[in-house]
Design a binder for this molecule. Structure first.
Ligand code: ZN
Length: 439
């Protein structure tokens, strides 16, 4: 009998969604070696070929790529629930920005990012795009917990605790970018906050840095009616038309929200291959409006899902975003065929990875890609029987069904137990911070 090849893991699944094909593979297994997906195929063949250090999974498990959260402000988990039921402008100016001015610092970001990673991991998210300040501190926690992230250095035109002038923000951002450019798990990015907080000069300089280092640019775009009016007042045109005229729209841009966009602007987004992060629950809760996602998809815009920060959502749960979007857009269009479940799962995995410039590395299950995988337990009343895996994922499954999470070949959670960190210590730290913040 030929000698079996040693691998680290053999993950067995009743249903395997590779996202490379439209139908689930039944009774397959994935072999993981080091950080990578080494092989996949029918379980009996894989069991003959490989000698795994650990074999897990089974008939009633669903294995798929981890979810990709394309827009969040991870450290804002420490401000969750502190100010709700307010319009975006009041919420930001009267509550969030003053609180950030008082508390924001490297320690806050490092501690809060740990909590956010824990929450995302438990919800099956393996990659996220973060937009905040003190990126080094966020990166430290992301690496410690073993998640994959694009961490964007935030730029605004007004002084904060981080920097005083645009030049200072840019210099800090460039230091951060240089330090993390070759990092495996935490990729740097640069994030001018929006057109109403960053003028044309800052925007152009941010794009210049992104081009120099070949990184992406997350930015808030057309989030509220107020922003639309403000852009018209400041620049005589809407956000997207202004950005187009400035020459900054490209594949590098991950535009969060895009709620207030007309048909011409959707065409611009499609032509420039801009990635859109749809954050429906944040938009619903702040009453910002609802992005015309079915129209964007019909015109070929790459729409993905973002949770936005936990202070505006209020959770970091992509499965919730998918379920809400799939239903709201059907109701709004009076058409149950829009945003079908398979499309929604693609938006939440492969397209999310592609929008973040990580499509070659993660977002689907393919030989040679990083082993960023999640396993769901189907052995539950809510998920039995299962006729259609895509449908169950969108309309029936919950984050608590995510049983195991692997990032870059490392098992971070198994059978709902977090292996990557001391969960209780992270929760205790969050309570300490809350006691300080609430005085
Ligand atoms: Zn945001």
């Amino acid at each position: 009998m030929p000698l079996k090849e040693k691998v680290d893991y053999l993950l067995k699944a009743g249903y395997l969604l590779t996202l490379e094909s439209d139908e689930p593979e039944r009774g397959w297994a994935v072999a993981v070696k080091g950080a990578l997906i080494h092989d996949l195929g029918p379980y009996p063949e894989m069991a003959l070929k490989y000698d795994p250090a650990m074999e897990t999974g089974g008939e009633h498990k669903l294995l798929m790529p981890g979810f990709v959260n394309t827009h969040t402000h991870a450290p804002m988990v420490y401000l969750r629930g502190i100010a709700d039921d307010l319009p975006l402008k009041d919420w930001l100016e009267k509550h969030i920005w003053p609180l950030e001015a008082k508390w924001l610092g490297p320690e806050f970001v490092e501690d809060a990012t740990r909590l956010a990673c824990l929450e995302m991991m438990r919800a099956g998210i393996t990659t996220f795009c973060d937009m905040y300040f003190y990126g080094e501190s966020a990166a430290r926690s992301v690496k410690e917990l073993g998640m994959r992230a694009v961490i964007a250095a935030g730029i605004v035109d007004f002084p904060t605790r981080v920097a005083r002038t645009c030049e200072e923000y840019l210099a800090r951002a460039e230091d951060f970018i240089r330090n993390f450019l070759k990092d495996e798990l935490t990729r740097p990015a640069i994030a001018p906050h929006s057109v109403y907080t960053c003028g044309p000069e800052s925007l152009k300089k941010a794009v210049g840095l992104a081009e120099k280092y070949n990184i992406i640019i997350p930015i808030h775009v057309s989030e509220t009616r107020w922003e639309l009016e403000e852009s018209n007042r400041l620049y005589g045109q809407t956000t997207i038309k202004f950005l187009e005229k400035l020459g900054v729209l490209s594949k590098r841009i991950v535009a969060a929200h895009c709620v207030w966009v007309d048909d011409d602007e959707i065409d611009i987004l499609a032509r420039r291959e801009v990635g859109v992060s749809h954050c429906i629950e944040s938009n619903l809760k702040l009453a910002s409006g609802i992005a015309p996602v079915p129209k964007m998809l019909a015109r070929g815009v790459k729409v993905t899902f973002g949770t936005d920060g936990a202070a505006s959502n209020n959770d970091l749960n992509i499965m919730g975003e998918i379920a809400t979007s799939a239903k709201v857009h059907k109701a709004l269009s009076e058409d149950p065929t829009v945003l079908p479940s398979r499309t929604a799962i693609k938006m939440a995995t492969l397209w999310g990875a592609e929008a973040l410039g990580l499509g070659g590395k993660t977002g689907s299950i393919k030989k040679g890609k990083a082993a960023d995988l999640i396993m769901l337990d189907l052995d539950k009343p809510r998920l039995t029987p299962m006729y259609n895996a895509w449908s169950h994922l969108v309309y029936a499954a919950l984050p608590s069904d995510v049983e195991s999470v692997m990032v870059n070949g490392k098992l971070l959670m198994h059978e709902r137990k977090v292996l990557a960190a001391d969960e209780q210590a992270i929760l205790a730290r969050a309570r300490e911070w809350a006691a300080r913040i609430s005085g």
